[in-house]
Unconditional design. Structure first.
Lengths: 111, 114
């Protein structure tokens, strides 16, 4: 069974304190790894898609990387507005429609 | 918000009553999805659709049915609501263009079954 595990469950940082969130996965035939941001009471907001090991994507203070077994979401010099829950999901196999989500990391950035 | 609206946004109902949630999109996307989100479980796929009248089950489809008679609307029905179906329900679409595997989510419906 496909598994997606995110760690830590919660992370509290000071403004400007860089860190990384982890998403480890076990799927046969990865067809994409997705990062979303979710604010309280809202739907997930798409951030990145990664398709192959070694791939990296960046957006403002966020950078996502992918290996054969895990992905990292690096947050550089975060600001309070980066506080949110970050979700990781994988899509496996040819023609598969299902995304398997991890449980998320709740990130809090204190000013 | 990828042109997705969900209605109602909040609903409180009683056990045993039927409930229908609506997902409406304005951009003619072929693929639409229903997920539920619960603490400790993350987002889980209930049903999805790959065209008008073409639907398939996800991992937690028991107790739910769906219909798609028009491209723009994807309905999720709880025939007889139970307390275990208290959750936040999200609709998603997958555009054919762009990052083709990416799903975009609506604002959600919070359902409470008493």
């Amino acid at each position: 069974e496909d598994q997606v595990t995110q760690s830590p469950e919660a992370l509290r940082l000071q403004e400007g304190e860089s860190s990384s969130l982890n998403c480890s996965y076990t799927v046969s035939g990865l067809r994409g790894l997705f990062w979303y941001r979710q604010d309280p009471g809202k739907g997930p907001e798409f951030l990145f898609t990664l398709y192959s090991a070694g791939e990296e994507k960046e957006k403002e203070r966020l950078k996502a990387t992918l290996t054969k077994k895990e992905s990292f979401l690096h947050i550089t010099a975060p600001k309070p507005e980066d506080s949110a829950t970050y979700l990781c999901a994988v899509r496996e196999g040819e023609g598969a429609q299902k995304l398997v989500f991890g449980q998320g990391t709740r990130l809090t950035i204190n000013p | 918000d990828a042109g997705i609206t969900q209605s109602p946004r909040h609903k409180v109902t009683e056990t045993g009553t039927p409930v229908t949630l609506r997902c409406h999109q304005t951009e003619n996307h072929r693929y639409m999805y229903w997920y539920r989100q619960d603490p400790g479980h993350g987002l889980r796929l209930i049903h999805y659709s790959y065209g008008v009248k073409d639907t398939d089950k996800g991992e937690v489809s028991d107790g739910y049915s769906v219909s798609r008679s028009k491209t723009e609307d994807f309905l999720l029905t709880l025939e007889s609501a139970t307390s275990s179906q208290t959750s936040v329900y999200f609709c998603a679409i997958r555009p054919a263009a762009g990052p083709t595997d990416t799903q975009y989510f609506g604002p959600g419906t919070r359902l409470t079954v008493l």
